[in-house]
Design a protein around this ligand. Structure first.
Ligand code: PRX
Length: 658
């Protein structure tokens, strides 16, 4: 049965439990009604919950596809996440509860975080970072990552966080694309008991990054900071974080660094994500609009209360970490758990141990993790007291109803609403989601647009589909929408606002979805050449470029195939250059080569060697047929192939390999 068929048969519905609804911030349809009645006024009200230096008078300027929100207002994101809390009763509240993979723990109050962010802002000053400069952050999940991001925001620098699992080459390309001036990294990062040599990786990248003037290195590894065998410090360019922080003082001898006054439309960050070409896109986000939507969605989607302990398990290198570990929760003054390592280290119960240890009340993770928990078995969560949990979230990929039900029963004990949140790097904040006290949930459905957000399903001709399947579009601008692609506004227009000719106001999300009779959305997945492997976005072209970069490879085609745990896995079809013969060793070498070029998340599961690839008469590789082969389906229409024999022989080989 296909995913679509499974979803079409899903009829279970879970209204908000009465005990939850009674105390919820939103227990009825009032917020949805407010958003529908006047979306701009709704967002303006949300924006006014932030602290502005100069209040805005204009809400939206919309010249499709370019939008500006709150453009004449000024603010600083770090003030919203810190200063306004330390002035009041949250001063001594835990902001971050950190647990490292080896078991080390640190709690930073709002005051601690405020002080450190100010100090690091002074460090950035000293390194010559100015408003509008770009700063790359390549760090593990440690408090310094949050401090670095907020310090950039404080001085008006644009941060570009690069996931610590990315390779030196990926880091290099991202640094160079936006010409970062400073890189912040660490000597190492713990993962499944190993130390990933982040600084060594960074050094490889930096050999080809002329724009970098300074590198700040956090000492994460236990041991002496001068362990030169592990971490080389290049005199003049590289600096230990702790030394700079010790010396960080302003002219008055204090630690305070006045926040830059930023226009709402000034950029807060750039974050790279995969698209349909080989080159990752630098998604650009604004300050005022982004923060408005990140803060409002955190508050209402997670029903955030003062006493909650909130844990989002994403990495700061992805947008989920930006919006739902850093900006959204901290703007709301929440207590956030930050965990560095793997969920199965040293045992498969680590997440549940953390939930019990800190009394986590709100837990937000990805379906790929939930499917792994399911496979490991319910005995791991059953060892712990999870009775503090009151709300669960899911993000990053479609959640199959079976995983949803398992999450509901074994983690939520039937008592916690589940918010399945659909959104993207580009949308900056959650777009389609239940409000947990107001929306009845259905396993596998992200339900309905957040108040003030308008979505629709369209066919390729632009006809709206009320009930059935179609292409997902957002039909009105929203405050946290990407403003452009770094250095390539034309690509921004072409990718997101050109799907329906004559309609530059419609945002094309790249996802297919279905809508049921109740107006609920069921996201089916990408309709472009973008894969979603364990919740990570990877472009097929990126993997193909990495493969053809290997001297043995003549041509490569990459497709996604359904995978029980990861959602999708990468299958590659490769033709070799003359003089190279297929072998198991070469297959392993190619898989490693891709992991080295992009990062371990892009390592293909399958590689099939082939004498030829199925192409149309005009030379286009027919990926649809390759997907059929990789997923073991009957072959679709092959009549447009230049050489139908190719695909039959590929299918035989693939099956023989399995
Ligand atoms: O295909 C959708 C899927 O993840 C894509 C966005 O990936 P990224 O920009 O890396 O952001 C991930 C975290 C927001 C989308 O185009 N996706 C995200 N959330 C869901 C989802 N698919 C189904 N259900 C979701 N809740």
């Amino acid at each position: 049965m296909s995913d679509l068929d499974v979803l079409l048969r899903e009829e279970r519905s879970f209204p908000p439990p009465e005990s939850f609804r009674r105390d919820a911030l939103v227990g009825d349809d009032a917020l949805h009604r407010e958003g529908a009645a006047d979306p701009d006024a709704f967002w303006a009200r949300m924006a006014r919950e932030l602290t502005w230096i100069k209040p805005f008078t204009r809400t939206l300027d919309w010249t499709p596809p370019h939008a500006q929100w709150f453009a004449d207002g000024t603010l600083n994101a770090s003030v919203n996440c810190l200063d306004r809390h330390v002035e009041g009763p949250r001063r001594n509240k835990a902001a971050l509860i950190f647990e490292g993979e080896p078991g080390d723990q640190r709690t930073l109050t709002y005051w601690d975080l405020y002080r450190k962010v100010n100090q690091f802002a002074l460090v950035l000053d000293r390194l010559g970072v100015k408003k509008g400069d770009r700063v790359a952050i390549y760090l593990p999940m440690i408090p310094e990552a949050v401090i670095a991001m907020l310090a950039c925001a404080r001085v008006g620098a644009i941060h570009s966080v690069v996931f610590g699992g990315f390779s030196p080459e990926s880091l290099r390309d991202r640094i160079n694309d936006s010409q970062c001036k400073v890189l912040i990294t660490a000597d190492g990062s713990y993962r499944r008991g190993q130390v990933i040599p982040l600084k060594r990786n960074a050094d490889k990248a930096l050999a080809e990054c002329p724009s970098i003037e300074h590198v700040v290195v956090v000492q994460r590894r236990a041991g002496a900071p001068g362990d030169a065998a592990f971490t080389e410090i290049k005199e003049g360019r590289d600096h230990w974080w702790h030394r700079l922080m010790r010396e960080a003082r302003n002219a008055d001898g204090g630690f305070y660094r006045a926040p830059e006054e930023m226009s709402a439309e000034d950029l807060l960050f750039v974050l790279y994500t995969s698209g349909t070409t080989g080159k990752p896109k630098g998604i650009v986000h604004s300050t005022g609009g982004y923060l408005t939507a990140a803060a409002a969605t955190t508050k209402y989607v997670f029903d955030l209360k003062e006493e909650d302990v909130y844990w989002c398990t994403a990495d700061i290198g992805w947008v989920t970490g930006h919006s739902y570990i850093v900006y959204g929760p901290l703007a709301n003054g929440a207590t956030c758990v930050l965990y560095e390592g793997a969920p199965d280290w040293p045992e498969k119960d680590r997440f549940w141990a953390i939930c019990e240890r800190y009394g986590v009340t709100i837990f937000y993770t990805a379906p790929t993790a939930i499917r792994a928990f399911m496979k490991w078995g319910p005995e791991f969560p059953a060892r712990y007291d999870l009775s503090r949990l009151r709300l669960l979230g899911s993000v990053g990929e479609p959640i199959n109803p079976e995983a949803w039900m398992w999450y509901h029963e074994h983690i939520g004990h039937g008592r916690c609403p589940i918010v399945d949140t659909w959104w993207q790097t580009e949308t900056g904040a959650i777009m389609i989601t239940p409000l947990p006290g107001a929306t009845a949930t259905k396993p596998g459905s992200a339900t309905v647009p957040f108040p003030g957000v308008s979505a629709a399903l369209l066919d390729s001709a632009g006809q709206e589909i009320e009930v059935g399947g179609g292409l997902l579009a957002l039909t009105r601008p929203w405050p946290s929408m990407l403003r452009t692609i770094w250095g390539d506004d034309q690509r921004f227009v072409d990718t997101y606002f050109s799907k329906w000719p004559g309609r530059p106001d419609l945002y094309f999300a790249g996802d297919g979805a279905k809508r049921d009779e109740d107006g609920y959305y069921w996201i089916l997945g990408r309709v472009d050449d973008v894969l979603n492997v364990a919740g990570h976005r990877i472009g097929t072209m990126e993997v193909e470029s990495a493969l053809v970069d290997h001297p043995a490879v003549a041509e490569a085609a990459v497709v996604g195939k359904a995978h029980e745990l990861k959602g999708q896995a990468i299958a590659a079809f490769v033709t070799l250059r003359a003089g190279h013969a297929p072998s198991g060793a070469l297959r392993d070498e190619l898989r490693d080569h891709v992991a080295e070029k992009i990062g371990p998340i892009a390592r293909p599961d399958d590689i099939l060697f082939s004498a030829d690839l199925p192409k149309t008469r005009s030379g286009k590789i027919m990926r649809r047929l390759l997907r059929d082969i990789a997923e073991g389906r009957a072959l679709g229409d092959t009549t447009t192939l230049a050489d139908p024999g190719v695909v039959a022989s590929l299918k035989d080989q693939y099956e023989a390999q399995e």
